[in-house]
Write a protein that binds this ligand. Structure first.
Ligand SMILES: [Zn+2]
Length: 284
């Protein structure tokens, strides 16, 4: 695929993921490169088309070097390679553009190793091109989370601490009320809104009680998150419900915060708990 077509597809793809419409936008809370990384290292596992295209061309090169039994590889071997070493031969300049691209992929081949042992060559090349990244602690929360996609993606942004809370907006010079709209008792920050706010804590506590959990830590919030991650590691039904509930809790709190600020509509703790528990019940 040509670079121009690739760029256009990616612009629409990015815009749709970020805004949900087909209008081109540059709005993004988290860099696109980050979103295309595997979930284990804090990405969202969205395909990076540019890298995937490179991997696909490299896969054809791999076929050329490994599989001489196919008609098209035999043809290239007879007309272009003529018994030369593929990694060392001069790339024939009279060859068509696509052929030269396939031959040039030998540089990419050198970046990825041990291809023969892999089942999916193209995926292996793709992951190799994305590079090595450190795993994130909160990855169990995101794996196999059966909450609504919009709740999971909100939780993912929250795990990266990229929600547009008042403290971040103020740092960028945007004039907003610094007060937390849920408790009106402290300034709004990431930690306050989802962890320390009296309103949010009451919602969280009631949700835990709904799940019949009595021994979970409540203070400080960092301990709550550590506990959550540990509980989310298992494959038990309770682990699945807990992480689903956490994603819906984050989404519920964020939605309530936005309703109060932008629509002047208020719900109490009980209404949010009822909504979250109802959604979890339906999706379990
Ligand atoms: Zn608050």
């Amino acid at each position: 695929m040509t670079a121009k077509v690739m760029k256009l597809i990616e612009v629409y793809y990015r815009s749709y993921i970020c805004s949900g419409t087909n209008t081109i936008t540059k709005k993004a809370l988290i860099a696109w490169e980050k979103k295309s990384l595997p979930k284990s290292v804090g990405g969202y596992n969205l395909i990076n088309l540019k890298v995937w295209n490179k991997a696909a061309v490299t896969k054809i090169h791999w076929d050329l070097a490994q599989k001489e039994d196919k008609a098209w590889t035999r043809w290239i071997h007879v007309y272009y390679i003529k018994g030369q070493s593929i990694p060392e031969m001069n790339i024939p300049q009279q060859a068509i553009w696509m052929m030269r691209k396939i031959m040039e992929a030998r540089k990419t081949m050198q970046q990825v190793l041990d291809l023969k042992q892999r089942q999916s060559v193209i995926k292996h090349i793709y992951l190799g091109l994305l590079g090595n990244h450190n795993k994130v602690e909160w990855r169990p929360l995101i794996f196999y989370n059966e909450a609504r996609p919009k709740a999971v993606s909100t939780m993912w942004i929250q795990c990266h601490e990229r929600m547009l809370t008042a403290d971040r907006l103020t740092k960028w010079g945007i004039q907003v009320s610094p007060r937390c709209s849920l408790c009106l008792n402290a300034d709004e920050s990431h930690l306050h809104l989802f962890g320390e706010c009296s309103f949010s804590r009451l919602v969280w506590l009631r949700l835990l009680r709904w799940l019949q959990i009595w021994d979970a830590p409540m203070n400080p919030w960092s301990q709550v998150v550590i506990w959550l991650i540990l509980q989310s590691k298992g494959k038990l039904c309770k682990s699945k419900i807990l992480k689903m509930m956490y994603a819906e809790y984050i989404y519920g709190i964020w939605k309530e915060r936005n309703s109060r600020i932008f629509e002047d509509q208020t719900r109490n703790e009980e209404q949010i708990v009822r909504e979250v528990s109802c959604i979890c019940n339906i999706r379990t």
